[in-house]
Design a protein around this ligand. Structure first.
Ligand SMILES: [Zn+2]
Length: 221
């Protein structure tokens, strides 16, 4: 997980809900910060001043929607990569609550990036650009040391990011929960397990034929 993003979420949580030392933010505080109603009917925005706890993200912004009874506040945390993490709140007269069906959890761990299929392989926990770059490196045999899971049933490969717990991953192609842990060495060609089995059988048949030919020669007709 991104520690800068985590720190920003913790900061925002204290800012909104307060802690032992200071009260939380009220809807009146938000109105004062964004300049409502002096600056118009909204929606209105306010960027939090830079603080040590926010040094790991680009910005934290509050967006205030004074005319919407269901959703009044959107907190936007923009991380280092420019991804925006949005959380939704409404003021219930006492504190901030999360409108039904919206996201209000002030945690970044929930932000999981799903499977991306690039070429023949799957990539888990990577943003699109990184997945594409890694796929290219794998194709060229250059991604040495990259960790991946191999499905012994269907041959799918899942390259995963350091934030992913690989033991919990299920094959995205066939649903097999038992995947093999692998490290890319650039040597192994992609091999279909059925193809591998067929090759093994062909080799076995050749060995038997050779043995029979040998025995025939040895023992005579
Ligand atoms: Zn599979």
């Amino acid at each position: 997980m991104d520690p800068g993003l985590e720190a920003a979420f913790r900061y925002v949580e204290r800012f909104l809900f307060g802690d032992a030392n200071r009260p939380g933010l009220t809807v009146y505080d938000v109105e004062r910060l964004v300049g409502y109603p002096a600056k118009g009917e909204g929606p209105l925005s306010y960027t939090l001043p830079r603080a040590q706890a926010l040094s790991g993200v680009q910005a934290v912004r509050l967006h205030y929607y004074p005319k919407d009874p269901h959703l009044q506040l959107i907190v936007e945390i923009e991380d280092r990569e420019g991804r925006k993490h949005l959380r939704h709140f409404r003021w219930n007269g006492f504190t901030w609550e999360v409108p039904e069906g919206k996201r209000g959890d002030l945690r970044s761990t929930e932000e999981s990036l799903g499977f991306l299929k690039v070429g023949e392989d799957y990539f888990l926990g990577f943003p699109q650009e990184e997945a594409k770059a890694l796929e290219e490196a794998v194709r060229k045999g250059e991604a040495l040391g990259a960790k991946y899971l191999l499905c012994p049933r269907c041959g799918a490969r899942v390259f995963y990011a350091p934030s992913v717990r690989p033991a919990e991953v299920v094959c995205p192609r066939c649903g097999n929960p038992t995947l093999l842990f692998k490290t890319f060495s650039g040597l192994e060609p992609v091999k279909d397990p059925l193809e591998a089995l067929a090759e093994e059988q062909r080799a076995l048949r050749r060995a038997i034929e050779e043995l029979l030919a040998y025995l025939k020669r040895k023992l005579g007709p």
